[in-house]
Design a binder for this molecule. Structure first.
Ligand code: ZN
Length: 684
């Protein structure tokens, strides 16, 4: 691992911070925290923490000693001075006199000593930083260090590798007791440069930011050098059948099996999103003959348990063409996992006087020999974090197995972390958005109506995927929402197949399709060429059918219902002169929406259409509005408001109409008019 300290960058950081009145100590603390946080082999997603002891001025003008320590919710890689709240140091140090201190009480005392009462909660490892004397303290969960300590003889290995440069601390759960243990051990060996917390991570410290950081890198390098002497071929591979199903085929099956039926009579499900990961290393790990031993031994560092649960589920091999068999085997593997998890909870909860509330028993990591792993979460973000932690697990366990045998903390210790009172306190607090845990694809997602619709669905909590022709517009639309954008030509079979496979591979499946892509062709019906008519049918009818078919195929695999939403047009029910080439396929699409409702209602798949008119978009440009207004001898504004309500209808209104249909759980085969009132286009 490289030491990335740069005197120039450090100076620049000091200068930048000075503009906001932030002093040199905190500026350098920010600088090296970012260096640590930028290296995934050291820390990931809020893992690790850092501190600096400095002086600060309280509101009453008094200058005092403070500890600026990482606040919870901040990532080291992107930390700002505000992410290192200042806590009065002396009152924290005094706590060391206590014999015990509960977690809630500790957090309360830490908060009570903040200089800024609006600052985030100081890290749960704050007292550990406070009890040690050093000015700068860095803490990471370095992969290489974990691979050495997560061994039956981890202590002995660490002594050999680090010699007297560090002191070793046996595993204690983070909190007051660990802070005291670390301070006691340090004071017996005050010359050390850091502490190795067995089966947890590493602390390094120093008088300057540069020294603490340099020591961290040097110590991690000692660990890496030791690992480099390990075996190169780590796992013995199991034999796999010749041809395997693809991740895109497997993901919706898994997603369906993981979904929790919350109200069976009502067809309600609590869904999860998936994040698929594969690499040579992951393949070797999941396909190893001893995967049931090393993958089930526990987490590589305790706090992963909160995101990944103590162990993953191990699934059968998905053979191509034999997915029916896979469904049965995978269902059993997941049911077994849930039973094991419930037993684990009951066992440990009983010892604690049944004080805890059980979390859902759904695995957060699925190992699929031959394919890789699928991480599971309540959102794409949560699944992504679990996926990153699972990849780190693969790294650490592989390295540990290359020099010995991976072991974790005891199951009771894993339980204490997973069911930490501070974590339990968060339960049930966050209310989910109506479409949270739902995946929604919008075709024509880069156009005016598509963009507005995608934004409306994203605001309702859905994980949105934007499909449109390749180009800047697609990139921009996806960027705006932070959504996945997929280049897709909905008039091309292969392009649609690929796009929906990518949705399934990226997020695990699909719950809502907004089939919106379209374009207008004109011509008097008796004179228009067949070629024009066929082209319009290709986009305004067959593309809807193609997308509908691809969506339904995924929804049927999931078995949790779904929603199809089609953009029909006013033309479908109220033809305008010379708009036959556009209106005819749209009329067919309106029938298509109803046909899906008829054919798939039994599977809980609803199908509805929106019937919009006079929306400014690629189909109705400003020039067209101007021309039509002129022809009718009205202003543009009057033209746009030429409806019963006298209101202009916007792309946003169309998006909201789609959303209302997505939420109307007992409505299918319906058409919702969004045109400000046009009695000629009213359905009868
Ligand atoms: Zn830690």
């Amino acid at each position: 691992m490289k030491n990335l300290w740069s005197a120039r960058d450090a100076k620049a950081c000091i200068a930048r911070c000075a503009i906001d009145g932030v002093g040199e100590d905190l500026a350098l603390r920010v600088y090296t925290s970012r260096l640590l946080g930028g290296e995934p082999a050291l820390v990931l997603h809020g893992g690790g923490n850092t501190s600096v002891k400095t002086r600060a001025r309280a509101a009453n003008g008094e200058e005092l000693d403070v500890l600026c320590v990482k606040g919870s919710g901040w990532d080291l890689g992107a930390i700002e001075p505000a992410g290192l709240p200042a806590v009065r140091l002396e009152p924290l140090r005094e706590l060391r006199k206590l014999d015990r201190l509960g977690d809630e009480e500790m957090i309360n005392l830490q908060r009570g000593n903040l200089l800024d009462s609006a600052a985030p909660n100081p890290s749960v490892e704050t007292l550990l930083h406070a009890f040690l004397p050093h000015k700068f303290i860095d803490h990471t969960h370095a992969n290489a260090v974990l691979a050495l300590t997560d061994q039956p003889d981890g202590e002995k290995i660490c002594r050999e590798v680090f010699g007297g440069r560090v002191a070793l601390v046996p595993y204690v759960m983070p909190g007051f007791a660990l802070a005291k243990a670390c301070a006691d051990i340090y004071e017996r060996t005050p010359d050390v440069e850091g502490l190795i917390l067995l089966k947890h991570g590493i602390f390094s410290f120093g008088g300057s930011a540069r020294q603490a950081y340099k020591r961290m890198i040097e110590l991690v390098n000692l660990a890496e050098n030791r690992l480099n002497k390990g075996r190169k071929r780590i796992f013995v591979a199991v034999k796999l059948p010749g041809k395997l199903a693809t991740p895109a085929e497997v993901a919706p099956i898994l997603r369906g099996l993981l979904a929790i039926e919350t109200d069976p009579g009502e067809g309600l499900h609590q869904r999860f999103l998936l994040s698929y990961r594969s690499s040579k290393k992951i393949q070797a790990y999941v396909g190893g003959s001893e995967v049931r031993r090393y993958a089930q031994a526990g987490t590589v560092t305790p706090d992963h348990a909160i995101r990944t649960k103590p162990w993953p589920a191990i699934l059968p091999v998905p053979q191509a063409g034999k997915l029916d068999r896979f469904v049965g085997q995978a269902a059993k593997a997941i049911a077994d996992y849930k039973a094991r998890y419930a037993a684990y909870f009951a066992r440990h909860n009983a010892k604690l006087g049944s004080a805890k509330t059980q979390l859902d028993a759904v695995p957060r990591v699925l190992l699929v020999p031959g394919l890789g792993l699928f991480a599971v979460g309540a959102s794409a973000r949560a699944a992504g974090i679990a996926g990153d932690l699972a990849e780190t697990t693969v790294e650490v366990v592989s390295a540990a197995e290359s020099i010995g045998r991976f072991t974790s903390i005891r199951e009771a210790d894993l339980f204490d972390i997973e069911y930490w009172s501070l974590e339990q306190a968060k339960l049930g607090r966050a209310e989910e958005a109506p479409l949270a845990r739902h995946i929604c694809a919008v075709t024509g997602g880069a156009g005016a109506i598509g963009r507005a619709t995608a934004a409306v669905f994203a605001r309702a909590g859905a994980e949105v995927v934007i499909l449109d022709l390749p180009g800047k517009a697609l990139e921009k639309a996806a960027d705006e929402l932070g959504a996945l954008g997929i280049a897709c030509d909905v008039t091309d079979d292969a392009s649609v197949t690929d796009a929906f496979a990518r949705i399934a591979e990226t997020h695990g499946g699909l719950d809502i399709l907004v089939s919106n892509a379209g374009a207008a062709w004109q011509g008097r019906i008796g004179e228009v060429s067949d070629a024009v008519l066929r082209r319009s049918f290709e986009l305004n009818f067959f593309a809807h059918q193609r997308a509908g078919k691809a969506a339904v195929a995924i929804m049927l695999k999931q078995g949790t219902g779904g929603v199809l939403l089609f953009n029909a047009s006013k033309q479908a029910v109220n033809p305008g002169p010379n708009f036959g080439p556009y209106g005819l396929p749209k009329a067919a699409t309106l029938s298509l929406a109803r046909q899906y409702a008829v054919d798939y209602g039994r599977e809980g798949i609803r199908s509805n259409a929106v019937n919009a008119d006079r929306i400014r978009s690629g189909l109705l440009t400003d020039e067209m509005v101007a021309a039509r207004a002129k022809a009718r001898k009205v202003s543009r504004k009057e033209y746009m408001r030429g409806n019963l309500l006298g209101l202009e209808v916007s792309a946003q209104d169309v998006g909201e109409a789609f959303l209302s249909l997505a939420l109307a759980r007992k409505t299918t085969g319906a058409v919702l008019t969004v045109d400000g009132g046009n009695i000629a286009a009213a359905l009868r």
